[in-house]
Ligand binder design. Structure first.
Ligand code: RP5
Length: 175
């Protein structure tokens, strides 16, 4: 098996239904990755140890998904010079707004690329990681171009499938 290039860290196993979207995208692009649970609050030593070793193990991008007072991405960014992507998870009674603010509001000097809350954010985290890796990888770059073209075609297909309410009226316009 290829050495992982991306590390996906989650604050809890309960975050996996969301973070699975990241893993799915990385699989789609054939990017080797690993997934682990390490919490900024509940297991700070484990999180620190993993983060400090990540670069020399060949990891190039770190993705952190956490909910509630989501300090995971920020803590990882504090301990590594690798690019860190944060995914705020909607796991608390504040539905992710708490995680979003905790992830995005980093002080100057310690960047975290924060995605949107939830599954769309997790998917985009995978895509952003692919885009970073594609800077030095022609094959990945070509796959990204194809992905975007297919996405645009899918929008056209969806548009064609829309039946206007006045579908019997031949003058009803569809674009
Ligand atoms: C956060 O608390 C985790 O990232 C998770 O989103 C949330 C709840 O965790 P569990 O109580 O389900 O383990 O730290």
């Amino acid at each position: 098996m290829d050495k992982p290039q991306v590390g996906i860290v989650m604050g809890s196993d309960s975050d996996y239904p969301v973070m699975e979207e990241t893993s799915k995208i990385l699989n789609q692009f054939g990017v080797a990755h690993e997934v682990l649970v390490a919490s900024a609050h509940r297991s700070p030593e484990r999180t620190r140890n993993y983060t400090r070793k990540a670069k020399r193990r060949g990891i190039q991008v770190l993705i952190a998904g956490a909910g509630a007072a989501a300090h995971l991405a920020g803590m990882i960014a504090a301990e590594s010079t690798l690019p860190v992507i944060g995914v705020p998870i909607d796991s608390s009674s504040l539905q992710g707004l708490d995680s979003l603010l905790s992830t995005v509001q980093m002080p100057g000097g310690i960047p975290v690329a924060s995605m949107a809350i939830g599954k769309a954010g997790a998917k985009n985290a995978g895509l952003l990681a692919v885009q970073i890796l594609a800077l030095n990888n022609e094959t990945l770059s070509a796959k990204l171009t194809k992905y975007k073209k297919e996405q645009a075609k899918a929008v056209e297909r969806k548009s064609r499938n829309i039946k206007p309410a006045n579908a019997d009226n031949k003058k009803g316009r569809r674009k």
